[in-house]
Design a protein. Structure first.
Lengths: 103, 582, 501
């Protein structure tokens, strides 16, 4: 039985996005948050490529995907830099120690 | 000429406000005289404006599409109120020279008084609904700033904020009504509404009518908004005299009077107005009888007398309301300023700690007594004539329950007036009080008011003629002195009223023991002192808002997982909404 | 000719930012310690002034109704009234904020980076509000977001600032991802991402509806719509004050604009969005005001107040989209501009107090309202301008906030629709409620008894006072004569309705 590539990609998108959101919600470690975010973004990029392919404009889709990869790498870098500073000042990467600002 | 004078009555005080703020704290000594100069100039401009009163719009500056024009129309009612605002304003400023001597941050005080005077003039002279609201809000701002002038006293700050919030809530009524009228007529001009009220759809007109009633009730401290005025007595007394007796609280009455021709036919409106007036007048009179703070007595008295004016408008007797407005402004300012002289001299506002002050403050006693006689409605002072006109209108055209309660109110007025005068100025003087007579500036301010209280009713012919000529939509009739005298003296209602008044005064003399009422009426007194439960409603609303805010803070957990969860939930809700709604 | 100016506007700030950084860094390592940041600052102000010049040259063109388009390959930009409003606000507030930040940030590490990132921020906002296709829109949005992440966490010795930055980053990144998913859905349905093409494509499908939901929430995080607002109180209160002014004044408005541009292309009937905006606006106003009532820190209170002002904007936009009442859109853009001025002034004034009353080493707690007690005696100018800002935010005349809220109110009544009228009255009551937390601050400022911090405070430098004066005078002028800004917001309103109807 031939499995449609598009179906596979769609399932992949749903899995990645789902894992990403689930990870974001339940994790307690800042690095894991950033990882979950990255998974989420990869799922989104895949979705965009899939959409481009469906419309027959794979070139545009690929260039957008590359741009997105760059953009979200920058976000990851900034996030990790902040994480580094947090580790230095607060001493831990646990999200519960990062909840002084409330109310 | 009228255009220039109109603009002067607003811009001269405002220029003064800016100038005084610029002078700042470095030259505090000059601030008072500068303020006096500007306010007197404004008063002169208003007095010169009055003979030039006209029904037409004299200034009209287009301000943009959504804003209409900045337009002014100095007709009889507007010009009269401008004169009251500026003249009593300058008297209050002159009084402040003595009263506020040695206080801190005086530039702020005088600046805001002048801002207020200009704004009050602008409010009544305005012929555009937007700019009426604009100046209305500025008077609210000045009132707040002046009530809480002494920022270090938490009671004053609370009183100021309470006044601000309550009058602003009423302001929302004015906003809603004004915009409803705008949506119907397409213009902000008041004359558009007055000229042809039947062209406005009935629903919108009723909405505007009741919205304006809410705004007027809040501004004039009528039921159910009367609780802010007694707390506003934390303001320096000249402010109480100017803003909370003679001018700003009249803005509500002015609003009702101005729009009467448009709203008179709205079903239920006139009855509602009469009801508000009667309930306020009667309940406030009861509260004045049991109050122990001299300014509170006068505050409740103001609320009560405003109730009379509102009642008169509900009856359709706009001339009587206007006349009583003039009389009340004069004698109430007189009473407040005299009370101010007493408070400044003795250092307390508690009437049970005063007594026998008349011997050492004869001029003040004279002023206060004249004011009291006018308030009680004793002939031949100005209060007598105007109150009688109102009562007669009530007897002739109003509902019977209204007339009886207002008549009883007149008696109660005499009662509390005599009570407070007696307790403060007569009886045995106390040795522990340090009393000094009123200063020169204070006397200078009080004298014109005394003369006014005795003689202002003689102007009835002039005032009503100007009004009749310049207010085409109100269908007012000029009345001259002989008519006035005849109407009042000959009317049997007058005799009934006088009888009730004397009965009221007599009640006090008979039960002269101090604190008679407080002791015998017990629970009733407590309920009255708490404004019949209105204070607790206010309290409940404030605490509800604070409570809601405090509970909402729990949602701001500080934990990012919760924040992200909110996002996911919002996403789900958005998708549901879009699936269902589109 | 207009194309030249438009291109300058788009490219200048972004291109110059590395220049700003490098000049500042090199000068800093070669010369005295202070010169580096100063050079960066002057360069940045030069860049912003250049942008203002280009904007002024573009102004008559856009007033005449001409649309200016700039295209490079697949990336295209279009200048219309909405862009004018946002770019004008950004540049003016940016200029004043930069001038202000000179003394405010003096001596902090990495100051040149601040100015460089600021330049990127301004450049990305300019590109964002002029974007003519969805992907460029997203990209500029992302650049703007990334530049703000580090700007918020600028005081990195302060654990609270780091915390605020982290939370902001995570939430904002989630928002960006949701938008990408939305864009993917749109692309999959329609095959093009150019806004004009999309608009002409025809009616909605369920895919586009889902995209709409994703875009609403994704951009809504940045636009501080409740319940997506939770990052805002932390971020706006912990950022350096010049940055708080920009964030509250312009960045959240830019997020809202991005949302509007994206939603207009989906083919969903405008009344759906209008209804959503009215509901969300009402919730924003109430939640923002209630939460602000209980705040004891000055900047946090101002941050919650920003949430309620977004509510006013949403209400105005809702009026416009629900029944096509142009006053709503005009009022919303007018309020956007006046809010930028008033909230900017409030944050800058609060920052001035923070600067003189609290130590600069990052060890201080936040500035509390009770610390401001009696400040007017020692700092009359700052206290006056702060009071003007607060009164204006509360909607009292003769200040700007009254006039902008008035235009939104007229929209609610013009259509004579019951729900819209109720929404307008709700907005008026919320405006009154907001006075309950603005007024006590003013009372505290003017007390005679000063707090200990005020007694020990130093003098406020002139470069902090000048922006305060300029913004305060603008507030007063606009309040007295609102027609100054009328052509601008009327054009923007017209453009918005053209986008949706």
């Amino acid at each position: 039985m031939i499995i449609e590539p598009r179906l596979v990609i769609t399932m992949a998108v749903i899995c990645l996005v789902g894992i990403g959101i689930y990870g974001l919600l339940i994790t307690r470690n800042l690095i894991k948050v950033i990882v979950a975010l990255q998974i989420l973004v990869k799922g989104a990029i895949l979705a965009l490529v899939l959409a481009a392919e469906l419309q027959g404009q794979i070139q545009l889709g690929q260039s957008m995907a590359l741009t997105l990869i760059v953009a979200d790498t920058i976000v990851a870098v900034v996030g990790l830099a902040l994480g580094l500073q947090v580790r230095r000042r607060v001493g831990s990467l646990d999200l519960r120690d990062l909840s002084k600002l409330k109310g | 000429m009228p255009a220039l004078l109109t603009l002067c009555t607003i811009l001269v005080p405002w220029l003064g406000a800016v100038a005084i703020w610029m002078l700042g704290d470095k030259r505090q000594k000059t601030v008072g005289p500068v303020a006096v100069t500007f306010s007197v100039l404004a008063a002169l401009a208003a007095l010169c404006l009055y003979p030039f009163a006209t029904a037409g719009v004299v200034v009209s500056i287009p301000m943009g599409d959504a804003f209409g024009s900045l337009s002014f129309r100095p007709d009889g009612l507007a010009a009269l109120l401008t004169v009251i605002a500026t003249v009593i304003g300058s008297l209050a400023v002159i009084f402040s020279l003595d009263y506020m001597k040695g206080e801190h941050q005086l530039p702020r005080y005088y600046s805001f008084i002048l801002l207020f005077i200009g704004a009050m003039a602008g409010l009544v002279l305005s012929s555009s609904l937007l700019y009426l609201f604009f100046f209305w809000e500025i008077t609210a701002l000045s009132s707040y700033a002046l009530i809480s002038f002494n920022n270090d006293d938490p009671k004053a700050v609370r009183g100021g904020i309470k006044a601000l919030i309550m009058t602003q809530v009423g302001g929302a009524g004015l906003l809603a009504g004004a915009l409803a009228l705008f949506s119907a007529t397409g213009s902000f001009e008041i004359d558009q509404v007055l000229a042809n009220p039947v062209a406005i759809p009935a629903g919108l007109l009723a909405f505007a009518a009741f919205g304006f009633l809410v705004a007027a009730a809040a501004k004039s401290a009528q039921f159910p908004f009367q609780t802010w005025l007694p707390d506003a007595m934390e303001a320096p007394t000249p402010i109480s005299a100017l803003i909370h007796a003679a001018t700003m609280v009249n803005a509500g009455v002015y609003l009702l009077a101005r729009f009467y021709p448009a709203f008179a036919e709205v079903p239920g409106w006139k009855t509602a107005v009469i009801a508000v007036g009667v309930i306020t007048a009667f309940s406030a009179a009861l509260m004045a009888i049991v109050a122990g703070d001299i300014k509170r007595v006068l505050a409740y008295s103001t609320v009560s007398q405003l109730g009379y004016m509102v009642y008169a408008i509900g009856l359709g007797a706009v001339e009587a309301a206007q006349f009583h407005l003039l009389s009340h402004a004069i004698f109430k300012a007189l009473l407040f300023l005299s009370a101010g002289a007493v408070i400044h001299s003795v250092g307390t506002r508690d009437i049970f700690r005063m007594g026998g002050l008349g011997k050492r403050m004869p001029f003040t006693r004279l002023a206060f007594v004249i004011g009291s006689l006018a308030l009680a409605g004793i002939p031949v002072l100005n209060g007598f004539w105007s109150k009688e006109l109102i009562l007669e209108a009530g007897m002739e055209t109003g509902p019977a329950w209204g007339y009886i309660l207002m008549l009883a109110g007149a008696g109660l007025t005499a009662l509390y007036t005599l009570r407070v005068t007696w307790l403060v100025f007569y009886g045995k003087p106390r040795e522990d009080l340090h009393v000094h007579p009123a200063g020169k500036a204070m006397k200078t301010a009080l004298l014109p008011l005394v003369i006014g209280s005795i003689f202002s009713w003689l102007l009835v012919a002039f005032v009503t003629r100007v009004s009749a000529n310049t207010m085409p939509y109100h269908h007012m009739e000029a009345m001259d002195i002989t008519t006035l005298v005849q109407e009042v003296i000959m009317n049997p209602g007058t005799l009934i009223a006088l009888a009730v008044i004397l009965a009221g005064a007599g009640t006090w003399l008979v039960s002269q023991r101090v604190r008679f009422f407080e002791k015998s009426l017990g629970w009733a007194v407590h309920s009255i002192q708490a404004s019949f439960g209105m204070e607790s409603i206010n309290d409940a609303i404030t605490r509800l808002a604070g409570f809601a805010g405090e509970k909402l803070r729990i949602t701001q957990t500080g934990l990012i997982s919760w924040n992200l969860l909110y996002v996911v939930i919002a996403l789900i809700l958005a998708c549901i909404y879009l699936a269902v709604g589109a | 000719m207009p194309l030249k100016h438009f291109s300058t506007l788009l490219i200048l700030p972004l291109a110059f930012s590395p220049v700003i950084y490098l000049f500042g860094r090199v000068a800093g390592s070669l010369e005295k310690k202070n010169t580096g940041p100063n050079i960066s600052r002057w360069l940045l102000m030069g860049v912003i002034s250049g942008g203002l010049y280009a904007l002024v040259r573009l102004y008559p063109v856009s007033m005449a109704g001409e649309k200016v388009r700039a295209t490079w390959g697949t990336v295209s930009f279009q200048f219309d009234g909405i862009s004018l409003v946002l770019i004008g606000s950004t540049l003016i507030l940016g200029l004043l904020s930069t001038l202000y930040s000179g003394r405010y940030l003096a001596g902090e590490t990495g100051e040149e980076k601040y100015y460089a990132l600021f330049s990127i921020l301004i450049g990305s906002i300019i590109c964002l509000v002029s974007a003519a296709d969805l992907f460029t829109l997203w990209l500029c949005f992302e650049i703007m977001a990334v530049s703000t992440y580090t700007l918020v966490a600028f005081h990195r010795q302060n654990a609270a600032a780091l915390e605020a930055g982290v939370k902001y980053l995570v939430q904002s990144a989630l928002g960006s991802v949701l938008v990408i998913l939305g864009i993917a859905l749109v692309f999959g349905e329609r095959g093009s991402l150019a806004l004009d093409t999309l608009k002409a494509s025809g009616a909605q499908t369920s895919g586009l509806l889902a995209a709409g939901g994703l875009i609403l929430i994704g951009f809504g995080i940045k636009a501080a719509i409740v319940p997506l607002h939770t990052w805002l109180p932390d971020a706006h209160s912990q950022a350096p004050s010049g940055m708080s002014a920009m964030l509250s004044g312009v960045v959240i408005a830019a997020g809202l604009t991005a949302m509007l541009r994206a939603l207009s292309a989906l083919g969903v009937p405008a009344s759906v969005w209008g209804c959503a905006f009215l509901t969300l606006g009402a919730i924003n106003m109430l939640v923002g005001n209630l939460l602000a009532l209980r705040q004891v820190e000055v900047k946090r209170m101002l941050a919650y107040s920003s949430i309620s002002h977004i509510g006013y904007l949403l209400t105005g936009l809702g009026f416009a989209l629900y029944l096509g009442v142009i006053n709503g859109a005009e009022g919303a853009f007018f309020h956007l501009m006046t809010h930028a001025i008033m909230k900017g002034l409030a944050f800058l004034a609060a920052g001035a107090f923070l600067f003189v009353l609290l130590p600069h080493d990052g060890s201080h707690g936040p500035l509390k309202i009770k610390d401001l007690q009696g400040a007017a005696g020692k700092y009359p100018l700052a206290a006056l301008t702060f009071s003007i800002a607060l009164l204006a935010l509360g909607g009292l005349p003769p200040l700007a906030g009254f006039m902008s809220k008035w235009v939104i109110f007229t929209a609610g009544f013009i259509a004579k629709d019951g729900w819209m009228t109720a929404a307008a009255i709700f907005m008026a009551l919320n405006s009154v409620l907001s006075l309950a937390y603005y007024a006590p601050v003013i009372n505290r400022l003017y007390q005679r008894e000063s707090s200990d911090l005020v007694k020990a405070g130093s003098k406020i430098p002139a470069s902090l006072n000048i922006p305060l004066v300029i913004l305060a005078i603008s507030t007063l002028l606009i309040g007295l004569y609102p027609a100054i800004l009328q052509p601008i917001y009327q054009l923007a309103g017209k453009n918005l309705l053209a986008l949706f109807f």
